[in-house]
Design a protein around this ligand. Structure first.
Ligand code: AMP
Ligand code: MN
Ligand code: MN
Ligand code: MN
Length: 280
C-alpha cells in the first residue's frame, strides 16, 4: 500500500492547494495520506470535501505539524488521526499563527536594517494563512536580495542569519497534550534534522516518550543507512512506533516528492498498521 504521513499544502508552506494535492497524490497512486500543515488544520476540511466529491480512492488521515519548544530548542510534533474540528486545538493554533505574523514583522524590522524592504507587505498580500520562513525566503529571493532560498536562509533568516528572530513556540508537552485532546497520536518529526548531538537527541527521544509521545519518524528523505539504524535503535529502545513521510512541500523538489522515502522492514511496529485498519 502506498502511503505518506507527512506533507504540506498552501495553507502553510507547500505550494499545492488541497485540491491540487489530491490530484498529485492520485497520480502517484497514494492510497493513505496525512496532510500535516504547519500549525493549521484549515486545509483538512477542504481536502476531505474534495475527496468526497471526486471518485478518488484516497483516504485522508487528518494531521498537523506543530512547532514546539523544548530544552533542546525547536522541535516539530506531527499529530496523526486528529479531530480537525477540536476547538482547543484550533484556538491554540490561532494564537501560534498570530505569533508567526508577529515574528514576520520583527524579521522585516531586521531586514530593513540590511536594506531589504517590502517583504512583510508581500507576505500580507500573498500568504493564504500560516506565514513561515519558507514564505519569507521566497519573498527575499523574489525582490532580488538573495539568489535562492538556501542563500536567503544562510544570509538572513537561518540560524546564523542577520535577520534571525528567535521564536518561543508552545511547549512540547502542550503540543502533545493538544494532539491527544484531539484524539490523535503524537509523532516526533524528522529527528535527525535538529541541530543537536546524538547524546542530546537520544535524551530528546526519551523525554518525548516519557511525556506521552507515541511514534517517531524513522523513514524520510535524506536519511542515510547509519542514521536510519541509529533511529531504529532508539525507537525500539523507547517502545515507540515508527512513522514515515516525505515532508513534501513542492513538486520541483524531487528528492522530497510525495510518497518518496525509504521503506522500512515489515517487522517494525509502524503507525500504518493502526491507521490502515482504521481507515480502510
Ligand atoms: P518556520 O516554521 O516558519 O520557522 O519555517 C520552517 C520551514 O522552513 C521548514 O518547515 C522548512 O520547510 C523550511 N526551511 C527551514 N530551513 C530551510 C532551509 N535551510 N532551506 C529551505 N527551507 C528551509
Ligand atoms: Mn515547511
Ligand atoms: Mn518539520
Ligand atoms: Mn513538515
Amino acid at each position: 500500500m502506498k502511503f505518506d504521513f507527512h506533507c504540506h499544502s498552501d495553507f502553510s508552506d507547500g505550494t499545492l492547494s488541497p485540491q491540487q494535492l489530491l490530484k498529485y497524490a492520485a497520480e502517484r497512486e497514494i492510497q493513505l495520506l496525512s496532510l500535516t500543515d504547519h500549525d493549521t488544520v484549515s486545509g483538512l476540511s477542504i481536502l476531505k470535501k474534495e475527496i468526497g466529491s471526486s471518485n478518488a480512492s484516497l483516504r485522508l488521515i487528518p494531521g498537523i505539524e506543530i512547532s514546539a519548544s523544548c530544552d533542546f530548542g525547536e522541535v516539530h510534533i506531527v499529530g496523526l488521526d486528529i479531530d480537525e474540528e477540536n476547538q482547543d486545538l484550533i484556538k491554540r493554533l490561532e494564537i501560534q499563527q498570530a505569533a508567526r505574523w508577529q515574528r514576520a514583522k520583527l524579521i522585516q524590522g531586521k531586514l530593513s536594517k540590511c536594506g531589504v524592504e517590502g517583504v512583510y507587505d508581500h507576505l500580507q498580500d500573498n500568504v493564504k494563512q500560516v506565514v513561515t520562513r519558507t514564505h519569507i525566503a521566497k519573498a527575499i529571493v523574489g525582490i532580488g536580495s538573495a539568489k535562492d532560498m538556501q542563500q536567503a536562509f544562510k544570509k538572513y533568516i537561518g540560524k546564523k542569519g542577520r535577520a534571525r528572530v528567535k521564536q518561543e513556540w508552545m511547549s512540547m508537552e502542550e503540543a502533545i497534550h493538544l494532539i491527544h485532546g484531539a484524539g490523535g497520536m503524537a509523532v516526533l518529526a524528522h529527528p535527525t534534522r535538529y541541530p543537536v548531538s546524538n547524546r542530546k537527541l537520544a535524551y530528546l527521544i526519551e523525554s518525548f516518550k516519557s511525556i506521552g509521545g507515541q511514534a517517531i519518524e524513522t523513514a524520510y528523505p535524506s536519511l542515510n543507512k547509519d542514521k536510519s539504524a541509529w533511529l531504529e535503535l532508539h525507537r525500539s529502545k523507547n517502545g515507540l512506533l515508527a512513522s514515515s513521510g516525505s515532508d513534501f512541500h513542492y513538486p520541483d523538489l524531487k528528492w522530497t516528492d510525495l510518497g518518496r522515502f525509504p521503506r522500512l522492514s515489515d517487522d517494525i511496529p509502524h503507525v500504518k498498521q493502526l491507521l490502515s485498519s482504521k481507515y480502510n
